[in-house]
Structure formats: structure tokens, C-alpha cells
Design a protein. Structure first.
Length: 528
């Protein structure tokens, strides 16, 4: 087998150039430990001495890795400065990392117009800077910035820059699509040109401005590079960097190459979501391999096929990247969708036919069960007579008063068996007050409700043309023990929509807890 492809992660440096990302030292160390666990070969920590956070990171990072090499990033020496006097290069040495990544210009335009250098001086800066760090015992990775653009404007000079890095003793030369506008065929061509002039192993560093960072990275591997640089989830400046969560499984599962700790690919989704959580960013549902939609099926025809042969609409097994198959029940769903989730249903029964029509009617009214599986389960199980009535709502009332401060109050009157309960709740808003009043009333009979914790609440206007009387959908995510409870309610009244979603949350918890209704057995009846 050929040598493994080296995975080089720059989430902690290039990734943090994305708008909205700011990682603390503790965040960076946590991600470092995670990347090392997954077998990444190089972890680029940042610019030494550029800011206090990066300085603190380099002091501690070595204790968090067993396999990966912590890498310091910086530029070639400044114009007119000797290498041993250059502050940037000295800072890299002070970071005491086993490897350093230096970037230098490999484009005539960038060297002359942007930096104001002569072409000869630019070559000298590259060679001398690489040699300086190599003489101090560091492994040196040279990032040939703007390489592919440079090849198109002056191929000979772009290749001369690579030869200067090799003459300086570079261990790796990484070809950078810095502006992110190259096409895969161009990448293959110029990687081939580079291989003709240097013997140093090559790498690829692609940006995603043309939407081709992953494709360009894989094309470069096909053309002979053996290091791939990128970030988790493709985080990075502008349109981002090459997404290692997409590249890695393609390398292993599609191209049959060795890379990283391959056993950990089965937890790739955890890696993606943990880094997103640390970065305080919402995961991309449509991300290949790791997104919530990656193995989600909605159309009934597709589901029928997937039930028989998963490979009909799945290019790999979900478990290979830590995923699970999701089957959505929606207006597009047929019986296959329901049967996939509820094996206790008789495929030929009228109940199934009626359920499919009920779902379609509910979704026509604005309901959406794709992200509300708890409401969906209640709907199905109620139709089968499996969910009893735990309580009835006689009435509810909510009000908001503003005097010296804003006060939200709610009154709930519920019936449990032959008993009536009237409770008042106060909250930061009317929904909070309704929730408080409902809990007060129910926990007297069903104390298990105390374990239900609301975690997320979203409101979606379904048709803005109706203005403030528009139909709204309220989605609630709660946690109960080890289970996530997701419910939905729809109404032109936002409080009623919220109330319906709250009621489903409570009824679902009572049902999965096997709560016994506080009424006589002969009164037990399926809920409507």
C-alpha cells in the first residue's frame, strides 16, 4: 500500500479567519486534543507571538497530542531583514514546535505589485527563510501562496519559487489555491508541472471561492500530492477552506487511500459537530457525510427502495461516518415512510391509509413533522389507541402587563379524572408563563414532568402576506432524561401554536414514562 495521505488541519489558524469565529485558548486546546484523537498528522496552531492567545496555546499544546505534530505558522523573512534578525522567524523558534509552515509568494503579480519585491529578492527570501528554520532542526512546510494563479501568469517563475524552497531544504512544498478560483483540470496540470521540477513531497491547500475546494484537493491527490490541508467543516475566510470532513472519507472510502486514524471515521459526525459547538456555529444540515440531511429520505418512492436496498439512494452506509438513516414523514410520504418508523403497523390496513392522508392534511395546514418526531409518534400511536388521555384542558389565559416593568402571567385550568386544577404562572413572556402554570398544575399528579427541560424554541411565519395575522409554526426541542423531545404546533395565534407544541411535549413525556392516568380504568379512553 502507498504511504498514507497526510492530513494537515488549519482550523485553529485559517479556520478562525471566518467571520463569527473566535476561539479561546481552552477552545483551541480542546480541538487539538480531538484532532489528535482522530489521527490528524499536523495541527497548525496559529502565528507565534502575534497575539497572547496563540502564545499561550503553543506553551501548552504539546501536552495534548500523542500523534500529531503541532505546527507554527508564519511568513518568510521581511524585505531587507536578515533571517536571524527577523521577528517572525524568531517567534517560530520560540514556539518550540517540531514543525513550521512558512508561506511565500509564488506569483509574479503578488511579489512585485503587492509586496513591491524584485523577483530575485523574493526567491532569496524563500530559500533563506526555509534554510534558517531547517538549520534549527525544524521540519519545514513551505506554502507556495497563489501558486495556481502564478502558474497561469508566469509558469517558469512559479516553479522557480518551488525550487528555491527545495534548495533551502523544505520537507514539504504545499501548492496553494489562495484565491480559490482554480478548476480541477488546472490543478492536475500544475501539480504535474511541480512534480517535474522538485523531488520534495507535495501538498495542496485549497480555498472554496469557486465551490471546488474539495474537488481541487482530491484532484491534486490524484495528480500526486501526499498532503492535504484544510479545516473541519470547511471553516475559513470568505467562502471557506477545503472541508476535511468531506475530503477524508472520500480519500478512504472512495479512493481507497490510507489517511488519519481510519477507525475514527465512524465518529466523523461527532468530530464535525463538536468543533461546531466549540466554535458556537450551527452545523450545516446539508453538509456531505456529516450533515443531518446526508442520509435523510423524504419521498415515499425513495423510502420504499431504501427499505429493501439502502444502496439504492445511499453512496455509503451511514454508520461509516457516525450517522444514522432518517426517514421523514411528510406530505410527500407514502406508506413506506410510516412503515419504516412503525413496524407495528399493518401495511394493508385502513389505518395506514388514513394516517397517510391525515399527515398530508396536517401539513397542508402548516404542520411539519420532519423535525418533530415526537409529535409524529403521538399522532400515530393515538390513531392506534395506544395513548390515553392524561388530562384535559378546560381553558387557558395569558396576559402581558407593562407598568414599571413588563409582567407576563398565565392561568391554566385542567381536568384530571374528576379533579380540577387551576394554577397561575408568571414568566419572562406569555409562553414562559403558560409553561410554568401548566407544570404547576400537572406535577401535583405527574411529578415526572419536572424532568422535562425546554432547550430550544423557534417560530416560523408560514405566509408573510397576512402580516401579523399570519399562520405560524412553533417548534420546541426539550430534553427528558436521555431523550430529545421535539414537537410542533400551528396556529394564527402564536400563543396557541406554542401551547399546542407544549402540550405535545408533556403528553409525549407522560407516554414514554408509562404514566398511569389519574382516572378510573373504566374511564380510560384513547385521546382524540
Amino acid at each position: 500500500m502507498s504511504n498514507p495521505i497526510q492530513l494537515y488541519d488549519t482550523t485553529l489558524r485559517d479556520g478562525t479567519q471566518r467571520r463569527g469565529i473566535s476561539l479561546s485558548v481552552e477552545d483551541k486546546l480542546q480541538i487539538t486534543k480531538l484532532l489528535d484523537e482522530f489521527g490528524f498528522d499536523y495541527i497548525e496552531g496559529g502565528w507565534p507571538a502575534s497575539n497572547p492567545k496563540d502564545t499561550a496555546f503553543f506553551k501548552s499544546a504539546g501536552r495534548y497530542v500523542k500523534h500529531a505534530k503541532i505546527t507554527a505558522f508564519g511568513s518568510t523573512r521581511r524585505r531587507g531583514v536578515f533571517v536571524d534578525s527577523d521577528v517572525n522567524l524568531r517567534a517560530i523558534l520560540d514556539a518550540e514546535c517540531p514543525a513550521a509552515t512558512l508561506f511565500g509568494k509564488s506569483s509574479v503579480f503578488q511579489a512585485t505589485k503587492i509586496l513591491g519585491l524584485s523577483l530575485e529578492e523574493n526567491l532569496a527570501m524563500v530559500e533563506e527563510s526555509v534554510q534558517f528554520l531547517r538549520n534549527h532542526g525544524l521540519e519545514v512546510i513551505f506554502d507556495a501562496e497563489h501558486f495556481f494563479d502564478g502558474c497561469q501568469e508566469d509558469l517558469s517563475y512559479a516553479l522557480d519559487v518551488l525550487k528555491a524552497a527545495e534548495n533551502g531544504g523544505a520537507d514539504w512544498i504545499v501548492l496553494c489555491d489562495t484565491n480559490g478560483g482554480s478548476l480541477p483540470d488546472q490543478v492536475r496540470e500544475f501539480v504535474g508541472q511541480a512534480r517535474n521540477v522538485v523531488t520534495v513531497p507535495l501538498g495542496i491547500h485549497a480555498h472554496n471561492d469557486g465551490g471546488l475546494a474539495v474537488a481541487n484537493s482530491l484532484a491534486a491527490v490524484q495528480a500526486g500530492v501526499s498532503m492535504v490541508q484544510g479545516t473541519i467543516n470547511g471553516y475559513g475566510e470568505r467562502c471557506g477552506n477545503a472541508n476535511l470532513c468531506t475530503i477524508w472519507p472520500n480519500l478512504v472510502y472512495k479512493m481507497k487511500l490510507s489517511a488519519g486514524n481510519e477507525a475514527m471515521l465512524r465518529e466523523l459526525t461527532r468530530l464535525s459537530r463538536t468543533v461546531a459547538e466549540i466554535a458556537n456555529l450551527i452545523p450545516d444540515d446539508s453538509a456531505p457525510f456529516v450533515g443531518d440531511n446526508a442520509f435523510t429520505h423524504k419521498a415515499g418512492v425513495h423510502v420504499g427502495a431504501v427499505r429493501k436496498y439502502p444502496e439504492a439512494y445511499e453512496h455509503i452506509r451511514p454508520e461509516q461516518v457516525g450517522q444514522t438513516r432518517r426517514i421523514l414523514v411528510s406530505e410527500l410520504a407514502g406508506r413506506s415512510n410510516l412503515l419504516y418508523h412503525f413496524q407495528n403497523l399493518d401495511a394493508s390496513s385502513e389505518t395506514v391509509k388514513e394516517l397517510v392522508q391525515t399527515v398530508k392534511r396536517m401539513e397542508a395546514r402548516g404542520y411539519q413533522y420532519e423535525d418533530a418526531p415526537s409529535s409524529m409518534k403521538l399522532l400515530v400511536e393515538r390513531s392506534l389507541g395506544h395513548v390515553p388521555v392524561y388530562f384535559d384542558v378546560d381553558r387557558f389565559h395569558a396576559s402581558v402587563t407593562h407598568d414599571q416593568r413588563t409582567i407576563a402571567e398565565a392561568t391554566v385550568r385542567i381536568v384530571v379524572g374528576e379533579d380540577h386544577f387551576v394554577e397561575v404562572g408568571e414568566g419572562d413572556g406569555p409562553v414562559h408563563a403558560l409553561d410554568a402554570a401548566l407544570r404547576r398544575a400537572l406535577t401535583q399528579i405527574y411529578p415526572v414532568i419536572e424532568g422535562l427541560r425546554l432547550k430550544d424554541y423557534k417560530v416560523r411565519v408560514l405566509d408573510g402576506r397576512d402580516g401579523t395575522r399570519a399562520l405560524v409554526r412553533v417548534w420546541i426541542r426539550s430534553e427528558f432524561r436521555d431523550e430529545t423531545v421535539q414537537t410542533v404546533g400551528v396556529s394564527r395565534n402564536i400563543l396557541e401554536a406554542s401551547w399546542l407544541a407544549l402540550l405535545d411535549s408533556v403528553n409525549y413525556v407522560l407516554w414514554i414514562s408509562h404514566a398511569v392516568p389519574a382516572i378510573n380504568e373504566h374511564q380510560l379512553r384513547p385521546s382524540k
